[in-house]
Design a protein around this ligand. Structure first.
Ligand code: 13P
Ligand code: SF4
Length: 321
């Protein structure tokens, strides 16, 4: 703990020295979220992280999250230096949607609007008409559907299927998923509900349909956090990354938050309720990125790619403004 406090102090001093602000996702480890809280930084979902970075007047943004979040910040704030504890923090959705294959798929259906989740590379965004996050995906698809537009959706098949069911939109779905959320199991959640009958079930829509179907609330990380504050239940079963418990507990100290059960445990589970890439945002990695940033820390997006990826991103920001 002494060493941890020493590292935190060093990081705080470096943030100040460099005029840098820490922007962290809800899924990062509590110690990183604490640092953001204690230094005037920001903890948020992927949509709000992007907005905050663009509005803030700091010269340097330290993005604690996964690669697409750093890239999105750079696309929206090209004049700022954007650093990440490591750009090796990937996302299975991004990895499951290589631009060449996705682009070839889109080429087969030129009349369809291409809507991609923010959890994608800058190159995939550049191929899209719209970028969405889980906070605004339903509203944007609903509005496109109302205009009679047919849609190509990528890459998360579960989020896509949730939106399709709720909007009735004509959507062709790319086949990829989140390795964290796909592990949640409806049976385990229902068993846990037997023990805590009053518990409300909060589910991120990257979870499988069977899990979404038994949810009391389905939403993005910020929407689930809000629900946990507003609902009168005392206990919550939460089907999303356990990093969110830091803010849920902080906002509602008297309430009980339980991890939704997953398929296995220990070695049999690849990523039980915690994203292995989010977990790469350690204090050591943060320190290193502030002390001597290398090509593993500095986020760059070429001008031409940036221009093309900005268009669908800006549409999302304008739609949700
Ligand atoms: P949010 O946009 O809900 O924060 O989700 C991002 C993410 O990666 C979920 O797994
Ligand atoms: Fe990607 Fe899933 Fe990790 Fe979110 S939790 S960053 S969707 S792998």
């Amino acid at each position: 703990p002494v060493e941890k406090e020493a590292k935190k102090t060093r990081i705080k001093n470096l943030l100040k020295e460099k005029g840098a602000v820490l922007v962290a996702h809800y899924y990062t480890d509590p110690v990183v979220q604490e640092l953001a809280d204690e230094t005037g930084g920001f903890i948020a979902d992927s949509l709000e992280m992007a907005r905050f970075g663009a509005r803030h007047d700091a010269e340097t943004l330290i993005v604690a999250g996964v690669r697409f979040m750093g890239e999105t910040s750079k696309i929206l704030s090209p004049e700022k230096q954007v650093l990440m504890p490591t750009i090796e923090a990937e996302c299975s959705l991004d990895l499951g949607c290589p631009v060449e294959e996705f682009s070839a798929f889109c080429d087969q259906y030129p009349d369809r609007e291409v809507v991609v989740y923010a959890n994608t590379s800058a190159a995939v965004k550049a191929r899209a008409d719209w970028v969405v996050t889980s906070s605004c995906a339903l509203d944007i698809v609903e509005s496109l559907d109302a205009q009679g537009k047919a849609i190509i959706w990528g890459p998360d098949k579960y989020l896509g299927s949730y939106i399709q069911k709720n909007t009735g939109a004509d959507m062709l779905l790319w086949d990829s998923s989140c390795i964290v959320h796909e592990e949640f199991k409806a049976k385990g959640i229902l068993d846990l509900k037997q023990v805590y009958p009053d518990a409300a079930v909060l589910v991120h829509p990257e979870s499988p349909d069977s899990v979404v179907d038994i949810a009391d609330v389905v939403g993005s990380t910020s929407q689930l956090l809000k629900a946990s504050q507003e609902m009168s239940n005392n206990t919550f079963i939460v089907a999303t990354d356990r990093g969110i418990f830091y803010k849920m507990q902080q906002a509602s100290p008297g309430k009980r938050f339980l991890e939704a059960p997953t398929a296995g445990s220990g070695a049999t589970c690849r990523s039980c309720a915690h994203c292995p890439w989010m977990a790469m945002n350690t204090l050591d990695a943060l320190l290193e990125c502030l002390e001597s940033p290398s090509e593993l820390n500095i986020i760059e997006v070429s001008d031409s790619l940036r221009e093309d990826a900005l268009r669908p991103l800006q549409r999302m920001l304008d739609f949700t403004a």
